[in-house]
Design a protein around this ligand. Structure first.
Ligand code: GLU
Ligand code: ZN
Length: 284
């Protein structure tokens, strides 16, 4: 069998149903995979039960189906992957680059967004509850983003980040990195709100000996006041009984002009047109 050269994924967190902005990023990731004859997977990132909304996973999958975004293979659920995250965590601790942090919220607030490495050099595990951070020290991470261009991040400016939380839950950064590697993801297309997560994930990939996928960060749709449209700001859920006009709007955001040669009431015809357009015009 020929090796797949492209393996993409959409990885929603079930904190609410999808809104228009997340449809746009799902669509970009889907179209890019399909235009490259690639595979496209769905991974439900349910590593944060306190923030999970009941029924959200089901609602998200229903939206993908309704909008014609069919995925390959089985859905991956992060709640099935805890052993793999634990193992990665142990590896990193074994390498001496992950360390317990007991800093309180109040202490952290004193330093703004950047963690100053306060707990880096402790010699034994504390008795109290602790989070685990990755020591990124003086690493500089560079990568080419297919949409945003060349990126350079000084990890000292981002600060050591949390890979396991005080409440014993695994952090998003760790779970994503472990799963992208395990699933053999080659191309990541996601919202630009995650642009500064990428250097953190590349840093983890280096320490876990995982390959670095290609990245493309799609500009995120904003509300009229410029704030991010998100499940948290209660962006309206997508309507389900007439997806075609909304799909066309989402394609316009991605600069794909759906003209009247396309049967504009048929979701599959619209997508076929979009895949074709994407393959001849490239991404955005
Ligand atoms: N689960 C993350 C979110 O919904 C996205 C993860 C990713 O695409 O890397 O924001
Ligand atoms: Zn600390």
């Amino acid at each position: 069998m020929e090796a797949t050269l492209y393996r993409g994924r959409f990885a929603p967190s079930p904190t609410g149903s999808l809104h228009f902005g997340s449809l746009v990023t799902a669509l970009a990731s889907y179209l890019d995979a399909r235009a490259c004859n690639g595979e496209w997977y769905v991974r439900i990132e349910d590593v944060d039960p306190p923030r999970e909304r009941r029924g959200a996973s089901r609602a998200i999958l229903k939206v993908l189906e309704t909008y014609g975004l069919t995925w390959d293979g089985e859905i991956i659920w992060q709640h099935d992957r805890y052993d793999a995250y634990r193992e990665a965590l142990e590896r990193l601790r074994g390498q001496g680059i992950a360390y317990p942090c007991t800093c309180s919220r109040k202490e952290l607030a004193k330093h703004g967004h950047v963690y100053p490495g306060t707990c880096r050099y402790r010699t034994k595990d504390p008795d109290s509850l602790f989070a685990i951070r990755l020591n990124c020290d003086t690493e500089v991470i560079e990568f080419n983003d297919r949409i945003q261009g060349r990126q350079r991040f000084d990890m000292a400016e981002l600060g050591d980040f949390i890979i396991a939380r005080k409440d014993k839950l695994f952090a998003y950064q760790l779970a994503v990195t472990v799963d992208d590697a395990w699933q053999g993801i080659t191309h990541i297309v996601r919202g630009s709100d995650l642009l500064d997560s990428t250097p953190r994930q590349i840093c983890l990939q280096r320490h876990l000996n995982s390959p670095t996928p290609s990245y493309a960060h799609v500009p995120v749709i904003t509300n009229l006041d410029g704030s991010k449209l998100s499940k948290q700001t209660m962006a309206p859920a997508l309507q389900m009984n007439n997806p075609a006009p909304i799909l066309i709007k989402a394609l316009q955001v991605l600069k794909i002009p759906v003209d009247d040669t396309v049967e504009i009431t048929n979701v599959n015809a619209i997508l076929a047109f979009a895949i074709h357009y994407w393959s001849s015009n490239g991404l955005m």
